[in-house]
Design a protein around this ligand. Structure first.
Ligand code: 13P
Ligand code: ZN
Length: 271
C-alpha cells in the first residue's frame, strides 16, 4: 500500500506537487525529464511512518546538519513531469536523512532514484532551514524557454540587470517576486558548484536563474514557487514580444515601480 493511502495530509501535499508538475509540463517548461521538485514533509509523517525501514541508503556529497533526520518528497531522476502529474508516487520518493546529515534512506513507496539535482535541493533546504527558519519547505526547478533565452545575453548576466528589467514589464512581477531574481553563471547540472553558487544567491532572492539551463524557486508552498516563475515568464514574454515587434519596451519608470512599495508593503527598490 502506498504511504499516501494511509496519510491524507501527506496525500494532499503530494497532490499539490502533482498539480504543479502538470502546470510545468503544460507551460512547455518540462521537456522529457526537465525539472525537479523537492518538498520537506517532515511535519506530515507520523512517527511510525518516519521510522519506516530503509529500502536503500545512499551517501551525500556533503554533510547537511540542518536537515538531519528530515523527510522529503523528491521527484525521481529521469522522470517526466507529465508522469509526476499523473502518478507522483511512481515518479518520486520519500527520503529520510540520517542523523549525521551525511546520507539518506529511500523509505517509500519504492526505490526511485532521486533527482540528479538532489545535492542542490538538499543544500538549499539545509541553508533555508538554518537561515530562514522552518517555513520554506519547497524547491522547484524547471526550464522556462523565455527566461532561459534571456540568460544567453551577456548584458543580462550582470547582477541586477535582468531582475530590474523583468520587474519593469508589469506591476505584478514587482509584487509577486518582491526579492527579484538572482543569476548563477553556468555550472554543470547537478554539481556541488551549482549548489554552492545557488545558495549564495538565495541570500537575496527567492528565484534564481541558472545561465543557459533553467530557473529555480524556493517558497512555503509549491504553488507559490510556480506562481513566481510563471509571473517572471510573463514579463520575459512581454519583453521578447516587444523586441520581436521591433521596439525596445519602455518599461515601468522608477517612480511607477516605487509607487508600488508602500501600497503592497514591498521591500524597497534597489538600484
Ligand atoms: P533529473 O531528471 O535528474 O531531475 O534532471 C532534470 C534536470 O532538469 C536537471 O537539471
Ligand atoms: Zn534542469
Amino acid at each position: 500500500m502506498s504511504i499516501v493511502e494511509s496519510n491524507c495530509t501527506l496525500a494532499a501535499r503530494v497532490a499539490e506537487i502533482a498539480e504543479v508538475a502538470g502546470y510545468l509540463w503544460e507551460r512547455g517548461w518540462a521537456e522529457r525529464n526537465g525539472g525537479n521538485i523537492s518538498v520537506n514533509v517532515t511535519d506530515l509523517l507520523t512517527r511510525e511512518e518516519a521510522e519506516l525501514p530503509a529500502l536503500e541508503t545512499r551517501h551525500l556529497p556533503r554533510r547537511l546538519p540542518a536537515v538531519a533526520k528530515h523527510l522529503f518528497f523528491v521527484t525521481g531522476t529521469g522522470k517526466r513531469m507529465r508522469d509526476v502529474a499523473r502518478r507522483p508516487m511512481e515518479n518520486g520518493a520519500i527520503i529520510r536523512l540520517h542523523p549525521s546529515g551525511e546520507a539518506y534512506d529511500i523509505i517509500a513507496d519504492r526505490i526511485i532514484s532521486p533527482t540528479s539535482e538532489l545535492p542542490s535541493h538538499l543544500a538549499m533546504h539545509d541553508y533555508m532551514r538554518a537561515v530562514r527558519g522552518e517555513n520554506t519547505k519547497v524547491v522547484c526547478h524547471t526550464h522556462p524557454t523565455d527566461l532561459i533565452a534571456l540568460t544567453h545575453h551577456a548584458r543580462f548576466l550582470q547582477p541586477g540587470v535582468l531582475g530590474q528589467l523583468l520587474w519593469s514589464m508589469i506591476p505584478e512581477t514587482r509584487i509577486i517576486v518582491p526579492r527579484g531574481v538572482g543569476i548563477v553563471p553556468y555550472e554543470i547540472p547537478g554539481s556541488l558548484a551549482l549548489a554552492n553558487a545557488t545558495i549564495k544567491a538565495l541570500a537575496d532572492h527567492d528565484v534564481i536563474l541558472w545561465e543557459k539551463h533553467g530557473c529555480l524557486a524556493v517558497g512555503e508552498e509549491v504553488i507559490e514557487t510556480f506562481d513566481m516563475i510563471d509571473t517572471l515568464s510573463k514579463s520575459a514574454q512581454i519583453y521578447l514580444c516587444a523586441r520581436a515587434a521591433g521596439f525596445e519596451p519602455a518599461g515601468m519608470s522608477k517612480e511607477q515601480l516605487e509607487g508600488l512599495v508602500p501600497v503592497f508593503h514591498l521591500p524597497p527598490w534597489q538600484d
